[in-house]
Write a protein that binds this ligand. Structure first.
Ligand code: SF4
Length: 66
């Protein structure tokens, strides 16, 4: 069991904080909202900082089986 970040696309404001903070994990889509494209491409502590500082609190950990 591991955990990966997920974004609630319906709550994302498109502020780009996550994409600017960890461009190897998050990116803005053409629609102007963020997506996770490489969920394991950063240390959990780095992703946690993004989770803690997303202004609308729409980034969360999601547990996956591997
Ligand atoms: S920090 Fe939060 S609100 Fe801002 S773009 Fe990322 S997911 Fe969206």
């Amino acid at each position: 069991m591991t955990k990966v970040p997920r974004i609630n696309r319906y709550e994302c404001s498109g502020c780009s904080f996550c994409a600017l903070s960890l461009p190897g994990v998050f990116r803005l889509t053409p629609e102007g909202i963020s997506e996770v494209y490489a969920p394991t491409n950063a240390k959990p502590v780095e992703i946690q900082k993004v989770i803690d500082n997303c202004p609308v609190n729409c980034v969360h950990w999601f547990k996956v089986n591997n």
